[in-house]
Write a protein that binds this ligand. Structure first.
Ligand SMILES: Cc1cc2nc3c(=O)[nH]c(=O)nc-3n(C[C@H](O)[C@H](O)[C@H](O)COP(=O)(O)O)c2cc1C
Length: 177
């Protein structure tokens, strides 16, 4: 049994990323403890690059906001799931703020060893910019890729319903031990 944290990066509750993350969680929770961090429930400011976290106890950020609650979940996690809508060819700003704030504790404090990626876009363009970034994160932190579910052509809220991707996300979640 693993502890899984899903960072659900869409501000649109009940939207496509939310539904995809929920499917993954439904599968993953059969054998694991799963927490979902939905970005609208947490107020997390962006990293300001002061590097105070490199010297502080527990690599804590000096900024006092809801990232403290996210840190508590991430500290217990073995598996991290990044779930995002595609915004201007990248991940959402809300998710990026959380990811950036993980930089120092990810290296020193966390015991996350495995990562999975869930992406949804309205069009049908390349996921390549995000996949390049994802691969660099895997390499840099020596993480194992558990899999990816990449969904195209889901623009309107809930348009993902009925797509095979929801089943794929469920199966990927189920494969996590
Ligand atoms: C600010 C913004 C930027 C977007 N940029 C892209 C994009 O670059 N490529 C694309 O295919 N879809 C883009 N979309 C569409 C979203 O990816 C799509 O609507 C997705 O389903 C949103 O996920 P959600 O329902 O979880 O919020 C964009 C949407 C927004 C709001």
């Amino acid at each position: 049994m693993s502890r899984v944290v899903i960072l659900m990066g869409s501000p649109r509750k009940g939207g496509n990323t939310d539904l995809l993350a929920q499917s993954f969680a439904d599968g993953a929770s059969k054998h694991n403890i799963v927490d979902i961090v939905s970005v609208t429930d947490y107020k997390v400011d962006p990293c300001i690059g002061c590097n105070a976290c490199a010297k502080s106890e527990g690599n804590r950020c000096f900024q006092k906001d809801d990232m403290d609650k996210v840190y508590e979940l991430l500290k217990k996690a073995d598996v991290l799931v990044l779930a995002s809508p595609v915004y201007f060819c990248g991940i959402s700003a809300q998710l990026k703020a959380i990811v950036d704030r993980m930089h120092t504790p990810m290296r020193n404090e966390f015991s996350i060893k495995k990562v999975a990626l869930l992406l949804v876009e309205g069009g049908n363009s390349s996921f390549e910019p995000i996949l390049l970034q994802y691969q660099d994160i895997l390499n840099h932190f020596h993480l194992e890729d558990m899999g990816r579910v990449l969904v195209t052509g889901a623009r309107e809220k809930g348009e993902i319903k009925g797509k095979e991707a929801l089943k794929e996300a469920y199966e990927l979640g189920l494969s996590i031990q």
